[in-house]
Write a protein that binds this ligand. Structure first.
Ligand code: FE2
Ligand code: FE2
Length: 261
């Protein structure tokens, strides 16, 4: 049995800090073999930098994934090419820099991870996530014992449909992007763990990680404002998955929440 923790969108310094402070203990207490984290909001809530990526990897994260905020920080488009444990969404145009997957190994078991962006209500140029996932699975099957697919999308329907589409072909299909953990963690009939959204890692006394007041004000008058990262009720949120070492299917999935303090 192998254990994998998939951490949802790390938001700003509060998100980075709780990962650095709690991950070594969480890894030890749960006997976790692999940690994957989405860090698309780790730099002040928008994007990531090379320095931040390295610090997250040093905190005990084995692989970093990204989402629609992938290109928010200037210079990242060159830094990403030097980080082999970081991948950008796989269904972005081919011309985009960066890896489209990461493979990590522990106890002689190889786990591949890649992200697909949804296309419903998403403002990114991206290929079909379903066909991209099919293609990636074919490509990775010979290189990895287990495949984890992250679906970074707004619409629950698109995420759930992808979960069913991939059931039995990958170990897990895990949702990110909406920043709110869902209560639907389950192993689908053919052995794929699924969860619509694993939740964000950051301040929950917020609107999706941002200070409440300016967000409400913008809803009221429609005028642009700065949305700073909030600070209260910081939590690490993710999905904890047990993987059968022999069959590579998921045996169990549950929400893991770590609170500060
Ligand atoms: Fe996000
Ligand atoms: Fe996102």
């Amino acid at each position: 049995m192998l254990k994998l923790l998939f951490i949802g969108d790390i938001v700003g310094r509060p998100g980075r800090d709780i990962v650095a402070e709690s991950l070594p203990r969480v890894r030890r207490e749960h006997g976790i073999d692999f940690v994957i984290a989405n860090a698309e909001n780790s730099a002040a809530g928008a994007g990531i930098t090379g320095v931040i990526a390295k610090s997250i990897l040093e905190s005990g994260v084995d692989a970093i994934t990204l989402g629609d905020h992938v290109w928010d920080q200037r210079g990242w488009e060159t830094e990403i090419t030097e980080l082999d444990r970081v991948c950008r969404p796989a269904n972005l145009p081919k011309a985009c820099p960066g890896w489209d997957h990461v493979i990590v190994e522990a106890r002689g078991f190889r786990v591949a991870v890649f992200t697909v962006l949804g296309r419903s209500f998403m403002n990114m140029k991206a290929d079909c996530p379903f066909l991209c996932a099919d293609r990636m699975i074919e490509q990775l099957r010979a290189q990895a014992d287990a495949i984890i697919v992250e679906v970074h999308a707004e619409a629950t329907s698109e995420k759930i449909a992808l979960g069913w589409h991939l059931d039995g072909r990958v170990t897990a299909v895990l949702g990110t992007h909406t920043h709110v953990p869902t209560a639907d963690a389950a192993v689908l009939p053919k052995g794929t763990a699924f969860m619509c959204d694993v939740g964000m890692t950051g301040p929950y006394a917020s609107v999706l990680g941002r200070e409440v007041k300016p967000v409400i004000a913008k809803f009221l008058d429609g005028m642009p404002r700065r949305f700073e990262v909030a600070e209260g009720d910081v939590r690490l949120s993710g999905a904890l998955i047990e993987i059968s070492a022999s069959k590579a299917n998921a045996e169990k999935i549950e929400l893991l929440t770590v609170r500060k303090g």
